[in-house]
Write a protein that binds this ligand. Structure first.
Ligand code: IMP
Ligand code: MG
Length: 203
């Protein structure tokens, strides 16, 4: 029977070890922020944003690639009509140190004039990327412009930034997971982790 064949095929696909996550987990030294902690925080931030933007229709702008996971989860905790758009910028090469150079690789599809814009960032490290983006976006005359970042490294920003919504303040170590990569890996981990020092050498 056709139905049975499809169902058993599906079971074969769904059941089985999470191969990718296991492969990644061996490179993680320590979980800094668990999946549960992240999801609880996003619920809290979502409620706050829902209250703050009541009666308006915000435009959420995700900074690729890092913010793609945050955008998907956070936007579902905001109980308002909203739109999303993405920008891709490059501020890092494969290395873990900031270059201070920001290039726009993909620009927005939306016109920002008169919009309530909420910029969604994965992490604020030196702050140079965000500083550049805010200046750039302000020039497009939005009605308002705020930032929501999942992570902010404590005390190492090289510019002053007003960030209205911050998930977690973390020590200034290199982290991966939940959208954040090292050499394009680890973005799909559901938590934020610290890499084992060997992993930097192996990749
Ligand atoms: P900033 O310009 O130094 O603030 O760096 C911002 C960008 O660098 C982020 O959007 C990330 O893509 C990347 N980045 C900064 N710190 C980390 C980290 O600890 N892990 C992974 N990527 C990072
Ligand atoms: Mg990166």
């Amino acid at each position: 029977m056709e139905g049975r064949v499809v169902l058993s095929d599906l079971e074969d696909t769904v059941v089985g070890p999470p191969v990718v996550a296991d492969e990644h987990d061996k490179d993680i030294d320590r979980v800094l922020i668990s999946e549960r902690e992240i999801q609880d925080k996003l619920e809290e931030l979502g409620e706050q944003i829902t209250r703050d933007y009541a009666g308006r229709e915000p435009l959420l702008i995700g900074v690729l690639k890092g913010a793609f996971v945050l955008m998907a989860d956070l936007s579902r905790h905001i109980h308002l009509p909203l739109e999303v758009d993405f920008m891709a910028v490059a501020s890092y090469g494969a290395a873990t140190k900031t270059s201070g150079v920001v290039r726009i690789l993909k620009d927005l599809d939306h016109d920002l004039e008169g919009r309530d814009v909420l910029l969604i960032e994965d992490i604020i490290d030196s702050g140079l990327t965000l500083n550049y983006l805010l200046k750039n976006l302000r020039g497009r005359r939005p009605a308002s412009l705020e930032v929501c970042a999942l992570l902010k490294k404590t005390g190492i920003q090289r510019v002053h930034l007003d960030v209205k919504y911050v998930g977690f303040e973390i020590p200034p170590d290199f982290v991966v997971g939940y959208g954040l990569d090292f050499a394009e890996n680890f973005r799909n981990l559901p938590y934020i982790g610290l890499l084992r020092p060997e992993a930097y050498r192996d990749i």
